[in-house]
Design a protein around this ligand. Sequence first.
Ligand code: 5AD
Length: 342
Amino acid sequence: MATTGEREQWREWIETKNKVLEEQLYALARQTRENWYGKDVYIRGLIEFTNYCKNDCYYCGIRRSNNKALRYRLTEEEILACCKTGYELGFRTFVLQGGEDLFFTDLRLARIVAAIKETYLDCAVTLSVGERSRKSYEMFYEAGADRYLLRHETANDAHYGQLHPKEMSLENRKRCLWDLKEIGFQVGAGMMVGSPGQTVECILEDLEFLKELQPDMVGIGPFIPHCETPFYGQKAGTVDQTLRLLAVVRLILPQVLLPATTALGTIEQDGRERGMLAGANVVMPNLSPSNVRDKYQLYDGKLCTGSEAAENLDNLKRSMEAIGYRVVSGRGDRAGYVRKAI
Ligand code: 5AD
């Protein structure tokens, strides 16, 4: 638990409109990041392999009720072809992300993970396929998966209920995260900034939860409304609020892997660079086949071109160099991480 003093400090940082204080916060976050990771920026090749989803989250463009979404699934061969392209470009982490699509059974997913790990011995595989049983997660770990991303979305129960239909629960979400951690995965939690109903108190609860969970990664991006969801017309989260939160998370979890997310790059042209300067140290360019990229529309206007595209890695490298950082090849594990034996 955070002390009252700590919590008040978090609150001040999150709420401040004072540009001087903001700059101090970012400088402190950068210093902390550089103590652990120097100027290195880690890259992940993101493969969005299915946009089918059994869930109906109110914020998400690929929710099952969106019958305008053009659904697709990649085959195992297509996924492996993405990895080949990515490997040649220099990626040493592949993130398999998808909607909660039960066509991809545990066995199927485990086979895909094992095939990637057999072909690319020096690569890490990250899964991001939502809530499953502890047994499923164990199977993925045994197949060789290294990391797992599952944003908790909000750590406040009532707020969780405002974002999700009643068949989903914060309790199960947290159970998944604790299971993943116990099994030995490098685990990523995270939340959207400025989602409908989010208050400063909710954010403080998120921080409290992150402090307790001690995840290896935290994904934070602004909420952006999607026109085919119940949240169409709601306000988007802001860049500044996102940057302040990135910095505070860096200070609470000094060794955390913190991506400057696609959503941040979508709401502002130099969002990703500003994210780096507020303590982020990871970017996740899109490695999906180009004909499906525009179909993975979690929110309106989601970037999949420019530096967001894996094949434009040179752009990204230049933009990172311009702010004093350098993209490195390599798996980019969390500092000090040792894989737990099965
Ligand atoms: N705006 C911003 N982020 C979103 N996500 C889903 N829908 C939206 C949206 N409308 C995020 C969720 C999810 C991640 C894959 O994308 O936090 O965990």
